[in-house]
Design a protein around this ligand. Structure first.
Ligand code: S6P
Ligand code: ZN
Length: 192
């Protein structure tokens, strides 16, 4: 039985909780997720930067609890593509809420039936991610980008589809700031 608790919204506070799982993703963990393969190899020739970290507390009890986590994406880009998360679908149904704490980011979405969309993420703002929409976040600013996520328990995170097909849109740096552009390498599932 979980008892009520309060928690500061920063990674250090999350880490003090016994149930927290910390995940660190470096460039080598996601080399095929970035579009500019030459930039990936060039950077990996000099080191293996941490792209983002997240800390999550998964609800494992028998009731209808909630799981939650906090993610920090560091500033930077691989080629023109901003540092970003791998991205995933929720394999079983389950919506999610993201709330931005710090920095400037972009939520990149794709639905299983072929729609795609991007939403700005700004401190104090909330994004609602309906079931069935694959989601990835990118840091489009110059500082750390940090947001909180809350989702129902027992969701299987499906990374496989994203690994295999990518996202229809890339978020890249341009002279006019961040822009979402079509991903020329995106393969729509079911087509070759
Ligand atoms: C979980 C939620 C987030 C991500 C985190 C890292 O449903 O969407 O907590 O897990 O932002 O992204 P990814 O794609 O590596 O899981
Ligand atoms: Zn998710």
């Amino acid at each position: 039985m979980i008892t009520p608790f309060a928690l500061a919204l920063d990674p250090a506070a999350f880490l003090e909780m016994k149930a927290t799982k910390e995940v660190v993703r470096r460039l080598s963990d996601m080399r095929h997720h970035f579009s500019d393969k030459r930039a990936v190899e060039r950077i990996l020739g000099q080191g293996d930067p941490v792209i983002y970290r997240f800390w999550e507390v998964e609800y494992t009890g028998p009731e209808r609890g909630l799981s939650f986590g906090i993610t920090t994406i560091y500033p930077g880009s691989i080629g023109r593509e901003y540092y970003m998360t791998k991205g995933h679908f929720h394999a079983s149904s389950g919506d999610e809420i993201y709330m931005t704490l710090h920095g400037q980011g972009c939520l990149i979405l794709q639905s299983r039936d072929g729609q795609s969309q991007t939403l700005d993420m700004v401190p104090g703002g909330l994004c609602y991610l309906p079931s069935g929409w694959g989601h990835r976040t990118a840091n489009t600013g110059k500082e750390n980008f940090t947001f909180v996520s809350i989702w129902p328990p027992n969701i299987e995170h499906d990374y496989q589809s994203v690994s295999q097909y990518g996202f229809p849109q890339l978020v890249v740096a341009t002279d006019h700031g961040p822009e979402a552009v079509e991903n020329p390498e995106f393969i729509r599932p079911g087509r070759s």
